[in-house]
Ligand binder design. Sequence first.
Ligand code: HEM
Length: 532
Amino acid sequence: MPPILPPTNKQPQNQTQNIQPPFSSSSMDLLLLEKALLGLFFSVIIAIVISKLRGKKFKLPPGPIPVPIFGNWLEVGDDLNHRNLTEYAKKFGEIFLLRMGQRNLVVVSSPDLAKEVLHTQGVEFGSRTRNVVFDIFTGKGQDMVFTVYGEHWRKMRRIMTVPFFTNKVVQQYRKWWEFEVDSVIEDVKKNPESETVGIVLRTRLQLMMYNNMFRIMFDRRFESEDDPLFKKLRALNGERSRLAQSFDYNYGDFIPILRPFLRGYLKICKEVKETRLKLFKDYFVDERKKIASTKSTTSNGLKCAIDHILEAQQKGEINEDNVLYIVENINVAAIETTLWSIEWGIAELVNHPRIQKKLRDEIDAILGPGVQVTEPDTHKLPYLQAVVKETLRLRMAIPLLVPHMNLHDAKLNGYDIPAESKILVNAWWLANNPEQWKNPEEFRPERFLEEEAKVEANGNDFRYLPFGVGRRSCPGIILALPILGITLGRLVQNFDLLPPPGQSKLDTSEKGGQFSLHILKHSTIVMKPRSF
Ligand code: HEM
C-alpha cells in the first residue's frame, strides 16, 4: 500500500540514520497494515458518530471542511509553521479551527483574541498541550514549561523564580555575562580568519550561552568548544530539539491508528531523553551535591540555582525527577532561544550597515569609545534597545508561543472551543501584519523610537508578544534582554561586522519548527576589530 502521507512543503531534514521511515517493507508491516485497516474502519464509524453529535452541540470556529479520521490533515499537511498559518488566517479570519486527525487546533491571529487567550481567559487557556513526543521528553508533564495549568505548575514556577528570574539574579551574574562575551571577543581576535574569510560566529556564541546558563545553574563553565562534556551536552540538547521541533511526527500524533509507524522515532526520543537526564544527574546535579556538602556556596560566596532547587527537594516540595526536568527546561527554553535571537540580530546588523554604524555611534557617544557596554549601560542606550526589540519583532524566536490548551470546554469570540484543543497564538503575525505596523517587512529599529515608542517587549501591547504575556509568559525575559543587549552591544563596539568576501548580504532564509524560528544557514561573518 502506498504511504498515506499528506502533502507537505517542508525542507528535507537532516535525520539521524536509524529513524525508521513511517512505512518500511517487512512482514511486520503487513501485520501493522492489517491492524491499521481494522482500526481505520472502526475509527471511521466512531468519528462519524462523534462528529454528528459534536456538530449538534458545538458552534466551532471557521476552517476548512474536515473529513472523517484525518480531519484537515490531508489538505493542510504537517508543516504548521507561522507563515503557513498566516495564510490560513487570511482565508478564514482571526480565529480558525483545523481538525488535525484527533486533535483540534485553534489559531488566533489578532491582538484582541491574543488578549482574550493570554490575559482575560488566561486561566481557561493556561494549560499546555501534550503530544506523543513531548510526553516522553517531559515525563508526561513533570516539568514546568509543558505542564498543565494547576498546582504542579504553580509550585514549579514559584520554586524556579528566586534562583532564576529576579533582578537579584541579573545583578549576581551580569559580570559573568560581560566576561563571557569578552572571552568571545578575545577568541575572535586571536583567529586570523575572522578578519579575512570570516568565521561562523554562532558556534562560539553557543559556548557563551551555555556558559551564561550553566554558571547560573551550577556555577560551572566550559573552557572551550572542544570540552568533551560540552560536546556531549550540546549534541544531546541538539538531538532533543530536533526531535521535538520536527513536524515529521505529526501524522502519528494526529492519527492514533498511524502511531505504530512512529515506533522507531519514539524509541529514539526515549533513548535521547534517558541519556540526557542521566548526563544532567551524573555530571552536574550530583557533582553540585558533593561540592555543596563541603562548601555550600559558589566561587563568589553565593548559592547557585541548583542549590535552591535541591533545598526544595529536601523540603519534600518536589522530587528528584522534577529537579532533572527543571534542568532540562532551562536547557531547552533558555539557551537556543537567546542564541537564535543573537544570531538574527547579528545577521540583520550585517545586512544593514547604516543601522550597525548608528548603533556603534550611539555607544561611542554615550559611553565613550572603547568603554565596554555593561548591563546598567544597556538602559542608557535607546538605539541598542530598539535594535533588540526590532530583532525580536521581525525574527521572533518562538513565533507561535508555546502552544496553549484549554482543559475544559470554553468560549472564544462566540465560538465553542472543545476541551483539550491546542491553541496557537500567531505572535509573529501580530507583530508583522501590515494592517497593524508600518512596513513590517523592513528591519527598522527606529520604529521603536518613533511611532511605536511606547511598545515594550514585556507584553504591554498585544501586537508585540515575543515573550508572550500573562500567566504562561516567559519568565526568562529578565535574563534574555540584558544578555542580548550586552552581547550585541559589545560585538558592534569591538568589530565591524561584514558579509564574507564576494557576498553583499547574508542569507536570512528561515527555518520554522513546531514553535521555533531560526536562521536556516548559520552565517559566516567577517569581523574586523576596531582600534580605539
Ligand atoms: C530571546 C530569548 C527568549 C525568548 C524569545 C523566549 C520566549 C518565550 C515564549 C514565547 C514563551 C511562551 C509564552 C507563552 O506560551 O505564552 C516562553 C516560555 C518560557 N520561557 Fe522563554 N524565551 C527566551 C528566553 C528564556 C530564558 C533565558 C529562560 C530561562 C532562563 C526562559 C524560560 C522560559 C520558561 C521557563 C517558559 C515557560 C513558562 C511557563 O510555561 O509558565 N526563556 N519563552
